[in-house]
Design a protein around this ligand. Structure first.
Ligand code: SF4
Length: 294
């Protein structure tokens, strides 16, 4: 079933607080989010598969993506290139990232069968999309997958930019092994609003880490890509809320991203030298606080 929300104005409101958004397509206002229900035949993907992005982190054996497409529409999203831009024959190659979401409505069912004949291992949710993008509030596909994995006590590794993951605290605290990670790419929420405008604020992400950490769930921060930042301010805010950190540079610089950086006065932050300097500072400060880095 294909549902197209034609709303006649440029703002789409979801019930999830903070998820309202304005979509711009090129220079033209875009008035729809294209949502499609799809059926899949497999759920778990080996991270080495060409279908996944390069996944790093401890104990990841599989990746599971409940959605195709991501409403967060971060300006640097490497996932879009990996899935579509390098493969012009694929269905969404001509679409704008953030304009479409395919809902894998049967993935929990497929997963239920699949784990009967799959070696138990760590499952990353997610490698190519955010498992807690706003539509998850309504469709609960990620939650359904977690329920399946919990029954068999698979290890899960969550990676998100959304505080919607708090909704699943009840499930995630029941896993013997669960890591909950929040991507936090800068300490400056003004920068975050320019580059990751549709995901949770930095403050809400840090509060989320604090909540899980206080409930004895292993937590980590994924600082990737490094955006313009003050490493000292960022490390000071998160170091007590995490067990480990993952750091990555910008993997995908488009002319549009470069223009956005220049227009906002931080073009310097796309240089390799900038990444190296900030990564060095982050590493030094985390190590001082005995935080392991991957
Ligand atoms: S949250 Fe992740 S998958 Fe979604 S747009 Fe941002 S970088 Fe891409």
């Amino acid at each position: 079933m294909k549902i197209k929300y034609s709303i006649g104005v440029s703002k789409i409101r979801f019930s999830y607080p903070g998820a309202s958004r304005i979509k711009i397509k090129g220079n033209t206002e875009c008035d729809f989010l294209d949502i499609k229900e799809i059926n899949v035949t497999s759920a778990l993907i080996k991270p080495t598969s060409s279908e996944t992005s390069e996944v790093t982190g401890p104990g990841i054996d599989y990746a599971l993506d409940p959605y195709v497409g991501c409403q967060h529409a971060c300006k640097y999203c490497y996932s879009f290139r990996k899935q579509f831009l390098d493969k012009p024959e694929t269905s969404h190659a001509q679409d704008l990232w953030g304009d479409f979401v395919d809902l894998k409505v049967n993935i929990a069912e497929v997963l239920t069968t699949e784990i009967n004949h799959t070696k138990r291992g760590g499952v990353l949710l997610s490698a190519l999309t955010d498992p807690y993008q706003p539509l998850e509030h309504k469709y609960r596909i990620t939650r359904s997958c977690l329920q399946v994995l919990l029954k068999r006590q698979y290890r899960v590794i969550i990676l998100t930019k959304s505080d919607l993951v708090n909704r699943d605290l009840d499930l995630l605290t029941q896993f013997k092994n669960a890591d909950v990670g929040l991507t936090i790419t800068t300490d400056d929420d003004n920068i975050r609003q320019i580059i990751e405008p549709y995901s949770s604020s930095i403050e809400d992400r840090i509060t989320t880490l604090r909540t899980f950490h206080s409930r004895k769930v292993t937590t980590y921060v994924h600082i990737g890509p490094i955006l313009p930042m003050n490493p000292e301010a960022l490390v000071n805010q998160i170091t007590d809320q995490i067990d480990y950190a993952i750091i990555d540079k910008m993997n995908y610089i488009t002319p549009e991203l470069e223009e956005l950086y220049q227009r906002n006065g931080f073009g310097y932050a796309l240089d390799d030298e900038y990444f190296k300097a900030k990564e060095g500072e982050l590493r030094k400060r985390f190590e001082r606080n005995n935080i392991k880095i991957w």
